[in-house]
Write a protein that binds this ligand. Structure first.
Ligand SMILES: *[C@@H]1O[C@H](CO)[C@@H](O)[C@H](O)[C@H]1NC(C)=O
Ligand SMILES: *[C@@H]1O[C@H](CO)[C@@H](O)[C@H](O)[C@H]1NC(C)=O
Ligand SMILES: *[C@@H]1O[C@H](CO)[C@@H](O)[C@H](O)[C@H]1NC(C)=O
Ligand SMILES: *[C@@H]1O[C@H](CO)[C@@H](O)[C@H](O)[C@H]1NC(C)=O
Length: 498
């Protein structure tokens, strides 16, 4: 790692302003794309035999938890997919990351319920993409578990390992001749911490410090089993690759003291490492195992709240990422604090981490409190992944800027965000030697943004959600992204260097 973790903070926090954007072109074979998720864009929530997923069910039951809005229609990609493929072709991208809605192809979640209408939708989409030379990068689970499976315990039931295995086999059989890059799970930390821990994402289960880890454990083993099944049954004939998408902030030590550096590392390991360590090394990071066991005992639990893998499970999991993926949006500063108070039988993941993570007020703000614009953090996070996981191939599978969705002339906000983040990522690639091979902008179009409903937006194309036709209007950033993709360069073509 060529970056120093402990440079002076003042220098870093002003970097964005006087930072010189790279004029170099990205490599010729770089993967450029945009990313989306089924529930956020498709709509057609009960069309053509689709079953309900937890987002359908729980946004209907608890509308107040998602700004009184839902994804019943959203961007209507289910009907407007051909137009969206044309938009992708117009941007010049060579890759499109999207997810398959489990309950659209298997309405009950089980393979004996397969739905021809849902299968046809994805077959048509994939064929249209390939016709335009756009490679699909397909996520199997982007938070939308079939409700039938949730009713059987969802990710808290170890049977999810077999349900997912069957679903994955069905996907490889059905789409695997055309799809060569598979993601099992998207952002499992959000599925488990926000869905089963603090309970702010569907299915809104509250089980902090316990159910979040049980969810993660079952999800990880499900991933490992699906990876091995692909390896054994499909890889030979289909020749594709399988991985997981893990998201993380960069966590910057608040000072160059050993304690703060350690506290920042602890956050990285509890966030990216929670999932990336098991799929690379076969087990959770030591610090997670140690801290959760330690606090569990003092809290009165008779064993660690973090489940442990059997030797067989470790073997299944070790080396189950054919390349690494990361979703990068923002960063945090971290300082060490004294061990947080023990509250009997009342754990949380934050207490398990036991640090002070925060975003300084002088970092550039957006309209939500957790999202500051911190371009240099992207370079550092990529370097950390490179070092920690022994120089893997890395694809940035999400990155983007959110506002309230009304701004069409967004070059100074979204366009600038893309320019500065991509320039820092390119520095990771060229200056630091990180094997970054692709970048997926979030997102092609405006969409349903989970707990925020439609109140925050990240699209390159604006959608008027009050118009039944859901017209797509290019924002200025779409033109900029098209320029970046087609010239492989962040500045005007005549200033680009090889
Ligand atoms: C489908 O499979 C599930 C899980 O194995 C089973 O419980 C269910 O009875 C099956 N349904 C039908 C119609 O065969
Ligand atoms: C240990 O925990 C389990 C699950 O909470 C509980 O059923 C059991 O009684 C506990 N055993 C002891 C010895 O406390
Ligand atoms: C980057 O990863 C790709 C795919 O695994 C590999 O072919 C290539 O050699 C790697 N490049 C570097 C510089 O490590
Ligand atoms: C959305 O944000 C823009 C730019 O910050 C602002 O001018 C506009 O008033 C906002 N609109 C709403 C409805 O909040």
């Amino acid at each position: 790692m060529k970056l120093l973790l402990c440079c002076c903070l003042l220098v870093i926090s002003t970097l964005a302003d006087d930072y010189a954007v790279s004029t170099r072109r990205f490599p010729k074979n770089f993967k450029w794309g945009t990313a989306s998720a089924a529930y956020q864009v498709e709509g057609g929530w009960n069309a053509d035999g689709k079953g309900e997923n937890v987002w359908d069910t729980y946004t209907h039951l608890y509308p107040e938890k998602s700004n009184y809005q839902n994804g019943d229609v959203t961007s209507d990609h289910y009907n407007k997919w051909q137009e969206d493929v044309d938009l992708l072709a117009g941007l010049g991208v060579n890759t499109y990351r999207f997810s398959i809605a489990w309950s659209r192809v298997l309405p009950t979640g089980f393979v004996n319920s397969s739905n021809p209408g849902g299968i046809a939708f994805y077959k048509n989409l994939i064929a249209a993409l390939k016709e335009k030379n756009i490679e699909p990068l397909v996520t199997m689970h982007h938070w939308d578990l079939p409700t039938n499976l949730e009713n059987l315990g969802g990710f808290l039931n170890p049977a999810i390992q077999e349900w997912f295995l069957d679903y994955a086999r069905f996907l490889f059989e059905t789409f695997g001749d055309d799809v060569k890059n598979w993601v099992t799970f998207n952002e499992p930390k959000q599925t488990c911490e926000q869905g089963y821990g603090i309970g702010i994402l569907a299915p809104y289960i509250v089980g902090p410090g316990v159910k979040n880890y049980q969810c993660g454990h079952n999800l990880l083993i499900a991933h490992g089993k699906a990876y091995r099944m692909y390896e054994n049954e499909f890889k030979g004939k289909q020749g594709g690759r399988v991985t997981m998408v893990v998201d993380s902030n960069w966590f910057e030590p608040a000072s160059d003291s050993a304690d703060d550096i350690g506290a920042a590392e602890t956050n990285l390991l509890f966030t990216y490492g929670w999932f990336a360590h098991p799929i690379n090394f076969g087990d959770y990071p030591d610090i997670m195992k140690q801290r959760i066991a330690y606090r569990s005992k003092l809290e009165g639990f008779n064993k660690s709240r973090l489940p442990s893998f059997t030797e067989k499970e470790k073997e299944i999991l070790r080396g189950t990422a054919d390349f690494m993926c990361v979703n990068i949006y923002t960063s945090s500063m971290v300082s060490a604090i004294p061990e947080p108070e023990i509250i009997p039988l009342s754990p949380t993941r934050d207490l398990d981490i036991g640090t002070n993570a925060y975003q300084p007020d002088d970092w550039e703000a957006t309209i939500t409190d957790w999202f500051k614009v911190v371009p240099w953090g992207a370079r550092k996070l990529l370097n950390w992944i490179d070092v920690t996981y022994n120089h893997p191939e890395i694809i940035v599978t999400e990155n983007g800027y959110h506002d309230n969705g009304t701004v069409i002339h967004d070059l100074d906000t979204r366009g600038r965000y893309y320019k500065l983040y991509l320039s820092n990522m390119q520095d990771a690639l060229y200056k630091d030697g990180v094997n970054l091979t692709g970048y997926m902008a979030w997102a092609l179009t405006d969409d349903f943004e989970w707990q925020y409903g439609y109140s925050i937006q990240l699209g390159l194309y604006q959608i008027d959600f009050t118009d039944p036709d859901r017209p797509r209007t290019p924002k200025d950033s779409a033109g900029y992204y098209r320029q970046v993709v087609t010239t492989r360069c962040l500045v005007d073509d005549d200033q680009c260097t090889d």
